[in-house]
Design a binder for this molecule. Structure first.
Ligand code: IMP
Ligand code: MG
Length: 189
């Protein structure tokens, strides 16, 4: 275990407050409930970053829905960048044939992760397939991937909190904050 500095020492600014998150997620819930009216939805949460977003979002969705979880990891080095190669480390349990699938993700950066996940799921013939992300770093996009629902467009800065981690910690912060990476020393291997 390493000594973890209090988040205040690493926070350069609060980018999205708890209140702003709450309001925007409520809007997304209304929109999604409208778009799928008369249908059922299967929300697939990508672990681990999207967990907090999923649990808040699902409580704002008024149509019948179920949830499942999937974990993916990128091959290769580079702790804050994902390589193009994504593999499933934990698969969903649901057979998604004839389901309206909504992938729930915390943040889209290069787009590699989402693009691979969509390809994998599409091959299983869902009734429909869409993605919802809380955050979108549009300017970092490397692969063109369709995202139907976006909470917030953000600049190219490393963020933490509300599910998003800095080396697995700080996911519990109730807001989205920008990390001052100059003030952060990664734990020893
Ligand atoms: P992509 O494959 O490059 O789109 O990367 C998406 C993944 O990278 C997300 O699911 C996050 O786990 C991670 N990620 C990208 N940017 C950030 C960030 O600013 N903070 C925390 N995690 C991030
Ligand atoms: Mg993630």
């Amino acid at each position: 275990m390493h000594t973890l500095p209090p988040y205040e020492e690493l926070l350069s600014e609060v980018l999205i407050t708890e209140e702003q998150l709450k309001n925007r997620i409520a809007e997304l819930g209304v929109q999604i409930s409208k778009d799928y009216a008369g249908e059922e939805l299967l929300m697939i949460c990508l672990l681990r970053g999207a967990v907090l977003f999923l649990t808040d979002l699902m409580r704002q969705i008024s149509i019948p829905h179920t949830i499942d979880f999937m974990a993916v990891s990128s091959y290769g080095v580079g702790a804050r960048e994902s390589s193009g190669l994504v593999r499933i480390t934990m698969d969903i349990r649901t057979n998604i044939q004839n389901h309206n699938v909504l992938i729930v993700e915390d943040i889209i950066d290069s787009g590699q992760t989402l693009s691979s996940v969509m390809e994998l799921l599409d091959a299983r013939h869902p009734k429909s397939l869409r993605a919802c992300t809380l955050l979108d770093k549009t300017e970092r996009r490397e692969v063109d991937v369709p995202i139907h629902y976006v909470g917030f467009d953000i600049k190219d800065k490393f963020v933490f909190g509300y599910g998003l981690d800095l080396d697995e910690y700080y996911r519990d912060l109730p807001f989205i904050g920008v990390v001052d990476l100059d003030k952060y020393t990664p734990p020893d291997e």
